[in-house]
Design a protein around this ligand. Structure first.
Ligand code: LHQ
Length: 266
C-alpha cells in the first residue's frame, strides 16, 4: 500500500492503519491528489479485515492547514472565480462521508496546527487526541468562505451552536487545552507523548469486537437525525446483527469464565 502514495504515508501494523498527511512544508495542506490518495487508503482499510482502527495524523509541525490555496490559485486570484462547490463535491465530500460511515473507528491524532478543512477532517474522525501545542482554527472566514467538509455540522454536534458560531465567525485559533475544555477533543497530551498515546488508544480499539464497534458508530451517527421511535428501531436492527457475531458469544463466555475476551472479528 505504502509505495504508491506521494502526499500521504501509510503504515499498517498490529491492526492499526496509520495515515500520515505528508506535505510538511505546506503544513499538510490538502490537494486534489491528497484527496485521491486518502480515498484509496481509506477504501483499502475499509475492505481489509486485519485493519481494526485507523489513525489520521500529519508529518512535521502541522496536522493539516486546510485546502492548499496555492493549488486553487497558482497564479494569484485575478482569474475567473472558481466553482468551489464542484471542488468540494469531487474531492472533499466523499472523504468525509467515508470517514463518518465506515464501520471502523478513526482517530485524528492532531500533531500541530489544524486550519480550515483540516479542522473539519479532525472533526470527521471518531476520536481526537492532540498534542498540547496543537491549535484549531476555523480559518474559512478569514478568506471569505464558509466552513465545509461538514464542519458546520460536526462542530455544532461536538461543541454546541453557541461555541461553534463564535469559532466559525471570529475564526480565532483555539488552543488544545481550550479545545478539550469545550469538548472538541477527547485528549490532550504532551507533544512528545502523542505518538505513543495515540498508539495505546488505537491498540485498545483494535482489540475490541469490530462489528460491535462498527455498528455502535453507525447507531451514534444515525441518532443525529432520528426520532425516538426511529432510533429504538435502528438499535434493535443493529443489535440483531451484533447478537449473531462470534465475538458477542466470546464476550459473554469470557464473562462467565472470568477471563479477558479475545475478539477475532467473527
Ligand atoms: C499553506 C497553507 C494553505 C497553501 C500554510 N495553502 N499553503 C477552501 C477552498 C475551496 C474548496 C475547498 O474547501 C476549502 C476549505 C478550506 O480549507 S479554506 C481554509 C484554507 N486554509 C487557510 O486559510 C489557512 C491558511 N494558513 C494559515 O492561516 C497559516 O498558515 C496557519 C495558521 C495554518 C499556520 O501559520 P504559521 O504557523 O505561521 O505557518 P505559515 O503561515 O508560515 O505556513 C508555513 C508554510 O505553509 C507557508 O509557506 P512558505 O512558503 O511561506 O513557508 C504557508 O504559505 C504554507 N501554507 N497553509 N492552506
Amino acid at each position: 500500500m505504502a509505495s504508491s502514495f506521494s502526499t500521504i504515508q501509510v503504515h499498517a501494523a498490529d491492526g492499526i492503519l496509520t495515515i500520515k498527511l505528508n506535505r510538511p512544508d505546506r503544513l499538510n495542506a490538502f490537494t486534489a491528489e491528497m484527496g485521491v490518495e486518502l480515498g484509496a487508503a481509506l477504501r483499502l482499510a475499509q475492505r481489509d479485515d486485519a485493519i481494526r482502527c485507523i489513525v489520521l495524523t500529519g508529518n512535521g509541525r502541522g496536522f493539516c492547514a486546510g485546502q492548499d490555496l496555492r493549488e486553487l490559485w497558482p497564479d494569484g486570484t485575478e482569474a475567473e472565480p472558481l466553482d468551489l462547490g464542484a471542488h468540494l463535491r469531487e474531492n472533499i465530500n466523499p472523504l468525509v462521508l467515508r470517514l463518518r460511515t465506515m464501520e471502523k473507528p478513526v482517530i485524528a491524532s492532531v500533531n500541530g496546527v489544524a486550519a480550515g478543512a483540516g479542522v473539519s477532517f479532525a472533526l470527521a474522525a471518531d476520536l481526537r487526541i492532540c498534542a498540547r501545542s496543537a491549535t484549531f482554527n476555523m480559518a474559512f472566514v478569514q478568506i471569505g468562505l464558509v466552513p465545509d467538509a461538514a464542519g458546520t455540522l460536526t462542530l455544532v454536534q461536538q461543541v454546541g451552536y453557541t461555541r461553534a458560531f463564535e469559532l466559525c465567525l471570529l475564526g480565532e485559533p483555539l488552543s488544545a487545552e481550550k479545545a478539550q475544555e469545550i469538548g472538541l477533543v477527547n485528549r490532550v497530551v504532551d507533544d512528545q507523548a502523542l505518538p505513543e498515546s495515540t498508539r495505546e488508544l488505537a491498540l485498545r480499539l483494535a482489540a475490541l469486537p469490530p462489528r460491535g464497534l462498527g455498528l455502535t458508530k453507525r447507531a451514534l451517527n444515525h441518532a443525529w437525525t432520528a426520532t425516538l421511535d426511529e432510533q429504538l428501531a435502528y438499535e434493535a436492527l443493529v443489535q440483531s446483527t451484533a447478537g449473531r457475531t462470534a465475538d458477542h458469544r466470546e464476550g459473554v463466555q469470557a464473562f462467565f469464565e472470568k477471563r479477558t475476551p479475545i475478539f477475532t472479528g467473527k
